[in-house]
Structures are given as structure tokens and as C-alpha cells.
Design a protein around this ligand. Structure first.
Ligand code: PLP
Length: 234
């Protein structure tokens, strides 16, 4: 077994253990493999090990990988855009990805909806919440969620599936859990209002267990699968 297959198996075990510990079924938690900065050959190893959902942060890098696997004739892979999205890049996301986790304003949502090709199913979107209230991070405040959600559900080219957050790094499990619970409460309220909502994208390599205990339905895992990222891209 290669490293990536081995790491994936370990991450799946951790997800199962975390879910079981809090009385949830492991199938309730989708594993998104975050392949940003990693070559297509790493993604291919993960696909060979059964992984189907991948997250990318940089539009052009993601589109290159999507095209590469399409050209290889590999089907059934789901591509999630999870990076900050500028308006001038929205068309590439609308035309190539299956999901966008980082909708945080009506302008971006409208563009994604208009630019989504009619030949494709609606783009699945999550509204990003700035749960730790850090000035540098994107996402809206929870107090702005009702208004944006009402606007997003009206747009025909996109489908509101839930919420996403990137909490500030926090080593302490109880604090990770407390922040994750705030997200879970907002998610449950949104789900009660809109029947299509089923996804809470929350949890990374270092806070996965707390996120699952709090109610996450999708964890975004990079380092634990592909190893440390050795370069930073802008
Ligand atoms: C890089 C990244 C991840 C993965 O983080 P790891 O700590 O490597 O698991 C998850 N979500 C987002 C939005 C990211 O940018």
C-alpha cells in the first residue's frame, strides 16, 4: 500500500471512530480530500484508493486537475472549490466544479448562478461563515445568514446545500468543540427552513474529531492524507 492509500485508510478510521463515539453513523460524514498544491499523480493515487471527492483552493490549479482527469476518461469524481473566490474567477468555478464552499456575498452567488452552464446540474453551494470573527478571513457573520440564504435559494443556477467555516486554529479540544457547536446550531436552523440543506463543511486535519462530535457532515482533510504542503501559492 502506498502512503496516500495508507493515510486515507487511517483518516477513514478516525472519522468512523469519532462518529461512533458520539452515536453518529460514519456514513453521515463525507471525507473531502484537499489536494491543493499536490500533483495530479497524488490525486490519482487517492482515486485508486477509492476516494471520490476532492477540494481545491486555487481556481486555475483546480481546473487543470479537473481537465486532466476528464481527459483520462475518469468519471464520478466530485470537485469542490474551497478557496477564496474573486468575481473575475467565478466563471471558471461555475463551468468546472461541482461544489463551491465559499459563497459569502450575493454578487458572487449571482455570478455563479448566471455562469453555470445549462447543460450541468445546479452548482452546489455552501455559505461561508466567519465563525471566529477574524478580520482577515472571508465569510459572513451569523447575523447576516438569514438574509443571504433567502437570496441564494432564489437563484436558479445554484443549489444551497449548507454552511462552511474555517475556525481559527485552536489546540484545545473543548474550545474547538464549542466553536463547532455554534456552526452546528446555525446549520440545524437553516436545515429546518430549507429542505435542500444537508451539508455542514467543518473540520480539518487538526480539529476533525471535535467537528464531527459537534455535527459536521463533511470534513476537509489535506495534510493527514497527502502530507505537509511544501509550498505556498497566492
Ligand atoms: C487547506 C485547507 C484544508 C485542509 O487543511 P489540513 O489542515 O491540511 O487538513 C481544509 N479546508 C480549507 C478551506 C483549506 O484551505
Amino acid at each position: 500500500m502506498n502512503d496516500i492509500a495508507h493515510n486515507l485508510a487511517q483518516v477513514r478510521d478516525k472519522i468512523s471512530a469519532a462518529a461512533t463515539r458520539c452515536g453518529r453513523a460514519p456514513e453521515e460524514v463525507t471525507l473531502l480530500a484537499v489536494s491543493k498544491t499536490k500533483p495530479a499523480s497524488d490525486v490519482a493515487e487517492a482515486i485508486a484508493a477509492g476516494q471520490r471527492a476532492f477540494g481545491e483552493n486555487y481556481v486555475q490549479e483546480g481546473v487543470d486537475k479537473i481537465r486532466y482527469f476528464q481527459e483520462q476518461g475518469i468519471e464520478g469524481i466530485q470537485w469542490h472549490f474551497i478557496g477564496p473566490l474573486q468575481s473575475n474567477k467565478s466563471r471558471l468555478v461555475a463551468e468546472h466544479f461541482d461544489w463551491c464552499h465559499t459563497v459569502d456575498r450575493l454578487r458572487i452567488a449571482s455570478r455563479l448562478s448566471e455562469q453555470r452552464p445549462a447543460t450541468l446540474p445546479a452548482l452546489n453551494v455552501l455559505i461561508q461563515i466567519n465563525i471566529s470573527d477574524e478580520q482577515s478571513k472571508s465569510g459572513i457573520a451569523l447575523s447576516e445568514l438569514d438574509t443571504l440564504a433567502q437570496q441564494v435559494v432564489e437563484l436558479p443556477g445554484i443549489c444551497l446545500r449548507g454552511l462552511m467555516a474555517i475556525p481559527a486554529p485552536e489546540a484545545d479540544y473543548d474550545r474547538q468543540f464549542a466553536v463547532a457547536r455554534q456552526m452546528a446550531v446555525a446549520f440545524e436552523a437553516l436545515k429546518a427552513r430549507y429542505p435542500g440543506v444537508d451539508t455542514l463543511s467543518l473540520g480539518m486535519t487538526d480539529d476533525m474529531a471535535a467537528a464531527i462530535a459537534a455535527g459536521s457532515t463533511m470534513v476537509r482533510i489535506g495534510t493527514a492524507i497527502f502530507g505537509a504542503r511544501n509550498y505556498i501559492k497566492n
